[in-house]
Design a protein around this ligand. Structure first.
Ligand code: GDP
Length: 282
């Protein structure tokens, strides 16, 4: 579902997150690993302020591992704790608690020194639409669901999901708006599936996809559609027609565009990262 964000919605989202922040020790900022720059909310620092944060590069199974490694090094060099994550995968999700403890190590050590009994870390999941917030929460809840009930002061209806005895998560994520001023970012969000198609022309998007794949993942593109090197370097609209014909779509440009976009989103074209570290990390 596409949500159109108006100033009123943004103010409300911000307020809701600020309310919840009071109850947690740490924020899990969920980001799409294919878009480590474009899928972050532009005002997050201002919204969460000094609250400790763990950046989770989710959908790491779909992203280019070489790019993910570079982005992790980059975020780490900026004093962030960051983890590549696949929200549906048990082994991956289990890494969250140790990483969160690392972020909070000073606080936990201080509490220990004061004789305070170790307690579960309280966290909230935060991010723009479609980065996998519900998937992660459902996965955690599905394990051993035992909501601890309303706690004093917590927004009515707010529940905690317990994960083992070391982590408690607010059961509703904070949903923030995506970056939308820059058309390039909008296009990348659309290619990842974060923004639905009705806002953009399918064929423009497919041409942008072909340009991207030809530049960064030419072998994946050739292999998927049986293209030669020469095929690859014709004009982009001709390349799209070539792919349409190879798929038996004749000259149906729209059908080919839709197919290309769906195949990229679902990972059929292989793993890819739209936000290139070399271009964006500064
Ligand atoms: P939300 O809007 O942030 O709550 O995002 P959802 O949890 O609804 O996830 C959006 C889409 O991404 C769904 O189709 C999920 O199945 C998919 N998804 C979420 N996490 C992962 C992941 O780690 N890997 C892959 N391949 N897909 C994921």
């Amino acid at each position: 579902m596409t949500i159109q964000w108006f100033p009123g919605h943004m103010a409300k989202a911000k307020r809701e997150v600020s309310e919840k922040l009071k109850f947690v020790d740490i924020v899990f900022e969920l980001v799409d690993a294919r878009l480590p720059f474009s899928s972050r909310n532009p005002m997050l620092d201002q919204i969460i302020q000094q609250k400790p944060r763990l950046i989770l590069l989710n959908k790491a199974d779909l992203a280019d591992p070489a790019q993910t490694t570079k982005w992790i090094d980059y975020f780490t060099s900026q004093d962030n704790q960051v983890l590549a994550l696949t929200a549906k995968n048990d082994k991956s999700v289990k890494q969250i608690v140790p990483a969160a403890k690392k972020v909070l190590s000073d606080k936990l050590d201080r509490e220990k020194a004061r004789g305070i009994k170790p307690r579960a870390i309280r966290a909230m999941v935060l991010g723009i639409p479609n980065v996998g917030k519900s998937t992660l929460l459902n996965h955690l809840a599905g394990k051993k669901i035992a909501t601890t009930g309303n706690k004093p002061g917590v927004t009515k209806g707010q529940q905690w999901i317990r994960f083992g005895n070391q982590l408690e998560l607010l059961d509703t994520p904070g949903i923030l708006w995506p970056k939308f001023e820059d058309p390039d970012i909008g296009q990348k969000l659309a290619l990842s599936g974060a923004i639905k198609d009705d806002l953009l022309h399918l064929d423009d998007l497919a041409l942008a996809e072909l340009e991207f794949l030809r530049r960064f993942y030419p072998d994946q593109l050739k292999e998927r559609y049986g293209l030669s090197e020469d095929d690859l370097f014709q004009e982009l609209p001709d390349l799209l027609i070539e792919i349409a014909r190879k798929r038996g779509f004749k000259d149906d440009y729209d059908r080919a565009s839709e197919m290309l976009i769906n195949e990229l989103r679902s990972g059929k074209l292989g793993r890819y990262t739209l936000d290139r570290f070399e271009e964006l990390a500064k």
